[in-house]
Design a protein around this ligand. Structure first.
Ligand code: DCP
Length: 220
C-alpha cells in the first residue's frame, strides 16, 4: 500500500463551491493530503497577461489558447500527485478531464472554438490520458442548480466573470451531467460521488465531512 497513490478530484459548475470544499479538507487533514487548488492565478498572469480575462472578453480569439494553457497547467497538477515524495492522497480541484469534457466541448458546441482547434486539443487530451498519471480514483461531483451557482459567482465578484450568464452556466451544467451522470463520454474514474452542493455553508461542510472524510481516511 505504501506505493499506491490515491487521487480524488472535485468537479462541478463554476461557483458550485469547489474551492471551499478543497480548503475545508486541507484544514481538516493537514499533512495527509496533497491539495492542488486550480491554478487560476497562473491563468490571470501569463507573461503579465490575464488570459482568463482575454478569453471572456473575446472568446473566439482566445478560447483555444486559454484552454490549451489550462490543459497544460492541469497536466502539471496531475503529474505532481505522482511524485515519489507526494502524500498518498491527492485532492485535485478540477482536472484535465473536465477541461476537455466540459469546457472545450462547450466552446466547440457553441461555435466559439474552431473545429480544427477542437480536434487538435482532443488529440492532445487523448495522448495525455493514455498515461495512467491522469487516472482518478474518485470524482466528487458537487451538483448545484445553475441559478444557485450564478448567485455565488455574483457574490464573489471575480472581475473576469462580471458578464457571466445563466445561459453559460446552464450549458456547463448539462455537460457535467452528460459526463458524470449520463456517462455520455468516457469517465476517468469508476467511482463518482454526487453531493448536493446547494445548502448553506455550514450544512454543506457537515454533509461533506459525513460523506467524504471516510473516503479520504480510508486511504490516508
Ligand atoms: N474555466 C474555463 N475553462 C476551464 C476551467 C475553468 O473557462 N477549463 C474558467 C471558468 C471560471 C474560472 O475559470 O471563470 C474558474 O472556474 P472553476 O469553476 O474551475 O473554479 P471556481 O473558482 O469557479 O470554482 P468554485 O466556485 O466551485 O470554487
Amino acid at each position: 500500500m505504501a506505493c499506491r497513490r490515491f487521487t480524488v478530484c472535485v468537479e462541478g459548475n463554476i461557483g458550485c463551491g469547489k474551492s471551499s470544499f478543497i480548503r475545508h479538507f486541507a484544514n481538516k487533514l493537514p499533512g495527509y493530503l496533497n491539495v492542488l487548488e486550480e491554478p487560476v492565478a497562473q491563468w490571470t498572469s501569463l507573461n503579465n497577461n490575464n488570459l482568463l480575462g482575454m478569453m471572456y472578453s473575446d472568446p473566439k480569439r482566445w478560447c483555444t489558447a486559454f484552454q490549451a494553457y489550462v490543459m497544460l497547467t492541469m497536466s502539471d497538477g496531475h503529474s505532481s500527485s505522482r511524485g515519489a515524495s507526494a502524500p498518498p492522497v491527492t485532492l485535485l480541484e478540477r482536472s484535465l478531464h473536465s477541461a476537455c469534457r466540459v469546457f472545450v466541448e462547450n466552446l466547440h458546441k457553441q461555435s466559439l472554438m474552431d473545429s480544427m482547434d477542437y480536434h487538435i486539443l482532443m488529440e492532445w487530451y487523448n495522448l495525455w490520458v493514455s498515461d495512467q498519471t491522469y487516472d482518478i480514483d474518485v470524482i466528487i461531483y458537487l451538483r448545484a442548480k445553475p441559478s444557485v451557482c450564478l448567485e455565488r459567482v455574483k457574490k464573489r465578484n471575480r472581475s473576469e466573470e462580471c458578464d457571466l450568464s445563466l445561459e453559460l452556466l446552464e450549458q456547463l451544467h448539462q455537460l457535467h451531467e452528460d459526463w458524470l451522470i449520463n456517462h455520455k463520454f468516457g469517465c476517468p474514474s469508476t467511482r463518482v460521488v454526487v453531493l448536493d452542493a446547494e445548502q448553506d455553508f455550514d450544512s454543506l461542510m457537515a454533509v461533506y465531512d459525513r460523506e467524504v472524510l471516510p473516503i479520504l481516511r480510508d486511504f490516508a
